[in-house]
Design a protein around this ligand. Structure first.
Ligand code: ADP
Length: 465
């Protein structure tokens, strides 16, 4: 038996046994009291009849005379042992001939001498079982002349109480036994699902993330099971992403490296003219730049992933940012034969933000726009200020994104099928930066007609607000 089950059963049993024992003690005491009271009432009723008979018919003679004359009809209707006691507590007569002793100190006799009903429970020399006695005064002409005492053994009553107690105890044991069995089943309903979850967790720990914990209960264990399954599916997803990323990055790195190596070997083996040397060196330089950019992107990205990224707030004039971007990308637009328009309102307030990261967002979005827009296409970059927020739009007339791909493009390492896609981290970096700036980021696109990226940033009037 495993330990939780054992603990549960032991706890259940503990509660059940305590309840049964307390209940039995209570019930047996009530039964005992009931039987003793029954016997007492019975004796007392007989005693009252006898004492009444005495005061009615025998009160003319003294107590001693009555005893000597053997006037015993007044107590004959009882089956109990009968004693007649004088005012000093001496036993004048005993129906079974017990040697008279002084009973003046016995509780019941004392009470009877005071005119009340008395009762006493205890052991006597002539019996091995306890007895019960009841005593009542004998009256003659309104005065107490002695005490009449009826004594009964408790043998029968005790036997009866024992018989009932035995029945109760047997029934209690049966209850404990059945409850023990039920608590085993109950413990199983708790421990069973827990075992299943543990089994699945053990498989997952060994690397089998396809193992599912299929506990269907709707309690904490069910929640644990769902969380475990979710964790496993996230690990599988991350693992897949990591593999995709590694293969995509190695592929991306290999292309410029192959070209650099190819040209290095060619030039090492001699070159025909200066033009060839210049071409070769230019390609090597360009490809090295590409490699550097890629590595920088990766470094940036890993910084974001490890959440070390923080914003460096400073006062920023958005028009300057727009102008800077315009200057930086116009040569590319001319080279790629794409019309590039940058428009912004002159009345925009300055805001506190991280200028470099903001530029990085726009460069990433515009880089995508340039990559996916063919020659002759158009890219518009606009900025406006409305309702205390800046709205930036990057709109292109490029290849567009299919509706199936659209929800995934902001995910880390997700890249489209196009040969122009690189490592799939540009948009995830934008998303992360915009999230840090407490802004909103949406991309709308239609395949073959173009894409529009919208960034909304709240106005921030100080470093801390
Ligand atoms: P990548 O480095 O591949 O460009 P991004 O995260 O920047 O990675 O973009 C993810 C994917 O989203 C791209 O591979 C591409 O398929 C798609 N995409 C992003 N911007 C555009 C755009 N302006 N036009 C068409 N497709 C785009």
């Amino acid at each position: 038996m495993n330990s939780i089950k054992k603990r549960l059963v032991v706890n259940f049993m503990f509660v059940i046994i305590i309840t049964v024992v307390i209940l039995e003690i209570f019930l047996i005491s009530i039964i005992k009291h009931h039987y003793y009271k029954g016997l007492e009432d019975n004796l007392y009723n007989q005693l009252l009849i006898s004492s009444d008979l005495y005061s009615r018919y025998f009160s003319d003679a003294s107590l001693n005379e009555n005893i000597l004359n053997n006037v015993d009809s007044f107590w004959k209707q009882t089956s109990a042992q009968v004693q007649i006691i004088d005012l000093e507590g001496n036993v004048l007569m005993d129906s079974i001939g017990i040697t008279p002793t002084n009973l003046g100190n016995s509780d019941d006799v004392k009470k009877a001498l005071q005119g009340q009903k008395g009762r006493w429970l205890g052991m006597v020399d002539y019996d091995t079982v306890a007895v019960m006695s009841v005593a009542y005064p004998l009256m003659a002409r309104g005065e107490i002349v002695g005490v009449l005492r009826f004594i009964s053994t408790l043998r029968e009553v005790q036997k009866e109480v024992q018989r009932i107690a035995f029945l109760f105890i047997a029934f209690g044991c049966l209850v404990i036994f059945i409850s023990g069995f039920v608590s085993l089943i109950l413990a199983d309903t708790i421990v069973g699902p827990l075992k299943q979850v543990t089994l699945a967790a053990e498989k997952m720990a060994l690397g089998d993330f396809k193992a599912k914990s299929d506990v269907k209960v709707k309690d904490e264990i069910g929640k644990l099971s769902n969380t475990l399954n979710y964790m496993a599916s996230e690990i599988v997803k991350k693992e897949q992403l990591k593999n995709d990323f590694i293969s995509s990055v190695s592929h991306e790195l290999r292309t410029p490296l192959t070209s650099i190596k190819g040209w290095a070997i060619t030039l090492k083996n001699g070159y025909e003219d200066k033009e060839m040397l210049a071409d070769g060196l230019e390609i090597i330089e360009k490809e090295s730049d590409r490699l550097t950019q890629m590595v920088e992107e990766l470094l940036d990205f890993s910084k974001f992933i490890s959440e070390k990224s923080e914003l460096d707030y400073e006062e920023v004039d958005i028009s300057n940012v727009m102008e800077h971007i315009k200057k930086q990308l116009t040569p590319r637009a001319v080279r790629d034969n794409i019309s590039f328009e940058v428009t912004y309102s002159q009345l925009m307030p300055s805001t506190y933000t991280d200028e470099n990261k903001l530029k990085q967002v726009f460069i990433n979005l515009l880089d995508n726009a340039f990559k996916f827009t063919p020659q002759g296409g158009k890219i518009i970059f606009t900025a406006e200020f409305q309702n205390n927020e800046f709205i930036f739009k990057v709109k292109d007339t490029g290849s567009g994104i299919s509706q199936e791909e659209l929800p995934k493009i902001k995910e880390k390492f997700y890249k489209g099928k196009s040969s122009k896609s690189s490592n799939g981290i540009g948009l995830s970096i934008c998303d992360e930066i915009i999230r840090l700036m407490k802004g909103q980021f949406h991309i709308y696109s239609e395949i073959d007609s173009g894409t529009e990226a919208i960034v909304k940033l709240p106005l921030r009037e100080g470093k801390t607000t």
